[in-house]
Each structure stands twice: as structure tokens, then as C-alpha cells.
Design a protein around this ligand. Sequence first.
Ligand SMILES: Nc1ncnc2c1ncn2[C@@H]1O[C@H](COP(=O)(O)OP(=O)(O)O)[C@@H](O)[C@H]1O
Ligand SMILES: [Mg+2]
Length: 317
Amino acid sequence: MADTPIVKTFPTEPQNISIISELMYQLKVRDVMTANVATATPQQRLRDVQHIMRDRKISGVPIVENGRVVGIVSLDDIIRALDKGEIELPVAERMTRNVVTIGDNVSVVKAIDEMEKRGFGRLPVLNKDGYLVGIITHWDIVRKLVDMLQEVAMQAEQRERNLAPPTSPPTDHSEVTILEFPVEKDDFENAGRASSAVKKHLQQRGIDPAIIRRVAVAMYEAEINVIIHSYGGTMTARIYPDRIEVTALDRGPGIPNIELAMKEGYSTASDRVREMGFGAGMGLPNIKRCADTFEIESAAGAPTRLTFTVYFVPRKQ
Ligand SMILES: Nc1ncnc2c1ncn2[C@@H]1O[C@H](COP(=O)(O)OP(=O)(O)O)[C@@H](O)[C@H]1O
Ligand SMILES: [Mg+2]
């Protein structure tokens, strides 16, 4: 006679799953891996592997025989071989034979666990028949996640726009609205204040988020420049029905060579400012990229006036 079935209830404490975890669970190793793997054979020299690493800018090479992984050589192995004068030896003599691999069908979460647990930065990927089909690294995962987050963020933005109630009562935007913000030298505390306020204003007007992003980025960079490079000044946003015009005007010391200042990566920011994460020399180029019109007026010992315009209906890609 069969036992009476027993029902057991377990106490649960549901925890929130982060968006990232959810995204990663949906991801399989084969969606993320690099399929074009650089490999070598056991008969090749360690020197050959060194060249492969240099040319492909990678730090690990699976060693393959008839499509099967029989070993792996890491950059550390190569450095050791160079140290000991063994770089001309056949790969077979120095490769690691106990290779930890992962299936192409398993979840990325599992791959991350495995890499963490073993302390490896990369795992060769095998298909169900045991043949090498790719390699997965932390970088592959990060790159894919950034893409997916971008997608999620765009969807959220779109949803928000669809849900936004029609601006009521209808505001009259036929006139120009002027928003003005003083910006003090070295006032990192309030950095970004002007650009956030303008961003909010544009959101309330129902301006396309992609346009607002361009305004916010350009305005933020201009604001930061006044904070880190000038004696202080003012940010002014003039919002017309069809466009926004932003001016950053400071009290000097001016830009001696505007062409040079515009170069990507050119920066006179101090080490202290760089340590705070500013001064990559991309500010002015970024503003130019975001804006429909862009103008700088400056000279050594003079105020700097930077003006840019962004149209609410896109004019360029
Ligand atoms: N308002 C300003 N006053 C004086 N110099 C400026 C100003 N804005 C930019 N510059 C000069 O132009 C350079 C490049 O600016 P930018 O592209 O924003 O890079 P970063 O701010 O990272 O240095 C700055 O390092 C600085 O020398
Ligand atoms: Mg800058």
C-alpha cells in the first residue's frame, strides 16, 4: 500500500532579483563568447604563442589537437618561459593540461561562478560534442551586459514617455524661457546643477529624450569647464519653441589656443582635478558632437564664452 502523500510547506523569504541577474540568467555562454578563438597546436613553439598573444592582444591561448582542447597557455606561462630561456620549447612541454572548460549551452551566471571559483579570467567554450567553439572572458560578459542595459534603459525611457500625461494645463511655449545659473570656481559640490535643472525643464516640455541627452551632456561638460578651468561664471539656457541655446560665460583666464583646446585628449587640468575624475580632455569635443551649432570666443587673459544650440527636432544623425 502506498504511503499517504505528505504536503510540506516551506517558509519563504522572497528576495528581489536585480535586473542584472535577470539579464544574465537569460544569457547563455554562446551568446557572449568570442567565437573566433586564436589557438595553437602542441607542436608549435612557445614563441609562436607569444606572437599570437601580441598580435591578437590576448592573454590566453587554448592548445588544440583535432578540434579538442588538450591544454592552455597563459601570458604568465610565456613570461616564465622567457625568464628561463625556454621560449623555443614546444608548447606541449609547458602547457597546462588540466584545462577548465565550459559548455556553450550553460548560463553566463554559471560561467562567472566558475571563473570566480577557479580564479581564471577566461574559459575555453566547448559544444556538446566536446569541440572548441569559442572562449569567454570577463570582458565579453561586461560588453554584452552594457549592450543589454542600454536596451533596457531605452525601453524604460520609451515606456515613461508613453505613460507621461499630456502636459496639462497646456503651457504656452511660444516665448523664450531663460534659465540662469551662477557657477563658482572649484565648486564640485554643485557640479551638474545647471544641466540637471535644464534637463528637468525639457522633460516637462515633452522633448525627445535623445535630444535631452545631447543637451544634458553638452551642458554638463560646459559647466564642468567653468568649474575647473575658469575663475567662475554663468550658465544661461535660452529655450525657444524649436531649440535651446546654452551659453557658458566665465571671467577668464581664457583659452590661449582654441584649436588646441578642441583636440581630443588635450587637457590642462591639474593632477588633483584628474584624480577627481575630470580632465580627460574630451569635454569640448563632446560638446561639439552633441550640438547643432557650437562656438567659442576666447583669448589668453580674456573671458571665455561658449555657446551651443540643440534643435528639438533632430537636424543631424
Ligand atoms: N572655460 C575655460 N576657461 C579656460 N580654459 C578652458 C575652458 N574650457 C576649456 N578650457 C581649456 O581647454 C582644454 C580642453 O577642454 P576639455 O575638452 O573640456 O577637456 P578637459 O576639461 O578634460 O581638460 C582644457 O584643459 C583647458 O585648457
Ligand atoms: Mg572639460
